[in-house]
Ligand binder design. Structure first.
Ligand SMILES: Nc1ncnc2c1ncn2[C@@H]1O[C@H](COP(=O)(O)OP(=O)(O)O)[C@@H](O)[C@H]1O
Ligand SMILES: [Mg+2]
Length: 141
């Protein structure tokens, strides 16, 4: 969680409230720096991130008041050009997750798909899905 995001002039400050917020801040900073020009045009520009993610400073945008249409979201999705094996497309169509910046629509929250397992890697043995079945329910060879 990072709400409320504080907007002062042309900057927006995302203060992490918890570990998930810090992970989101670091994820957005890394993603923004790592993508190519066409993908970057879909993301609200990152200005600075603190080393451990407590604070992310990004450019201020004007949040959308209405959810994107299916066509608009599809267009953004196509521009992102998701490749199999990558993290999934990092944004959702919710109005509050998008804003106007320098005449284009940009994602304001692009860590919404940051999976909890990546933010807080849980040892395999503690995950329900990884618990071993009792021997009696094991399938015969
Ligand atoms: N760059 C920005 N400019 C203006 N408002 C923003 C900006 N970034 C985020 N916001 C507003 O703050 C809200 C919370 O930010 P978000 O990144 O979604 O944080 P959270 O991690 O709590 O979901 C957004 O839904 C958006 O309305
Ligand atoms: Mg959000």
């Amino acid at each position: 969680m990072r709400s409320p995001v504080i907007v002062i002039g042309w900057l927006a400050f995302k203060f992490a409230r918890d570990a998930r917020g810090r992970a989101s801040n670091l994820y957005e900073a890394k993603l923004y720096r790592g993508v190519d020009e066409s993908r970057r045009a879909l993301l609200c520009p990152v200005v600075w991130a603190s080393r451990r993610g407590a604070l992310l400073i990004i450019r201020a945008a004007e949040p959308l008041t209405e959810m994107m249409t299916e066509e608009e979201y599809w267009e953004a999705f196509e521009t992102w050009d998701y490749m199999p094996g990558e993290d999934s497309c990092p944004f959702e169509p919710k109005a509050c997750d998008w804003g106007w910046f320098e005449g284009r629509k940009v994602a304001l929250d692009y860590s919404s798909r940051l999976s909890i397992s990546r933010a807080w890697p849980t040892p395999c043995s503690q995950r329900r899905c990884c618990k071993r079945l009792p021997t009696s329910t094991a399938m015969p060879d």
